[in-house]
Design a protein around this ligand. Sequence first.
Ligand SMILES: NC(=O)c1ccc[n+]([C@@H]2O[C@H](COP(=O)([O-])OP(=O)(O)OC[C@H]3O[C@@H](n4cnc5c(N)ncnc54)[C@H](O)[C@@H]3O)[C@@H](O)[C@H]2O)c1
Length: 378
Amino acid sequence: MESVGLALIGSGFMGRSHALAFHCVKSVFGDEVPRVRFELQCDRTTERAEAMRERFGFARATADWRDLLKDDSIDVVAITTPNRLHCEMAVGALRAGKHVICEKPMGVSLAEGEEMAAAARESGCVTMLGYNYTKSPAFLHAARLVEGGVLGRPYYFRGVMDEDYMASEDLEWSWRCLRSQAGLGALGDMGCHVFSKALRLMGPVESLVGEVETLHATRPKAAEDGGGVGEVENEDRATAMLRFKSGASGLFSTSRTVWGRKCHLAWEVHGTLGTLVFTQERMNELNLYLRSDAAGESGFRRIITGPAHPPYGEFVPAPGHSVGFTSQKTIEVGEFLRAVRSGGDVYPDFGDGLEIERTIWAVAESAERGSERVVVQR
Ligand SMILES: NC(=O)c1ccc[n+]([C@@H]2O[C@H](COP(=O)([O-])OP(=O)(O)OC[C@H]3O[C@@H](n4cnc5c(N)ncnc54)[C@H](O)[C@@H]3O)[C@@H](O)[C@H]2O)c1
């Protein structure tokens, strides 16, 4: 397969991020990936779709995403719309025989995640979810270290994702506050990112005890939303104690109301031979402590990523010069396109994604049942 035709749905934060990644991917990964033909840009209005078409060089633009279903020039579909549209679009595209890369979370309910995973299995197409933080060279190296046994037996994981984008009680009510539009709150927006890493490093969560809180129960509504105040139907923050299938334990928390946190996606793995520590706000570094270090010389070593941590060197030939958010997205799209052309696994596909969904919904379920321990359903 020399080239693939792309349809991109959405042109907001993630739409632009995907468009940049699909533009860079061939230049970065060369013969490993097919060339991308920018066939169709979709958005909810013709004006938005047309502006994006012009900017990124798509051949056509449409205000009806269903146009892609009957378009034979399209092989892969990237979905970057609000959560409530993911399931319908992904299932539609898979049934039309298209490979799908879709933003997280999978949908607004666990049932939607299940429907998407079933459609993926039935289609035989390649699927992937936008858990881009699992694609940084630092995280890929961390996974190799843990898998290679450098930490010994990993017996504990502590992971958090905090931001302050809804910290102010004056922030206006939006679709993000509604279960029917967004699904879960902080859990669906950020908690799922923590679990995309936890599951990669530690394997599946067996059971958990969760609690959630909505700090700002109402928010002021803009005049175009009818004015007054609107109810916030999903959680601002969540915490859970975890038991992994491996026997390891863990602690998880996420919040969208922590002043000062911008992308505090941070985790630690505690092992019998050492400790590994990371935060996304310093995404080019890992901190590793090994008990085997000589007495008097022990301490955390700060590993600064470079060409020794593939695929860093495909972006920058010198260590410490740093890669960024778009590089992560390009690595993700590279993995997706390699699988589209040559087969092979991607992480996370819709099956892996369903495992993440089951875990965040189990936190919500446990909280609803008064913080009872719940077994993650499979
Ligand atoms: N992976 C990440 O790090 C990350 C970061 C932010 C957001 N996200 C996810 O990406 C998704 C989009 O978030 P965003 O911040 O880009 O939102 P956004 O509001 O910036 O963009 C959404 C886009 O979808 C378009 N859209 C809405 N309805 C549509 C329809 N019916 N047909 C076609 N297009 C339609 C909008 O016009 C807009 O262009 C969400 O699911 C979110 O959870 C992921």
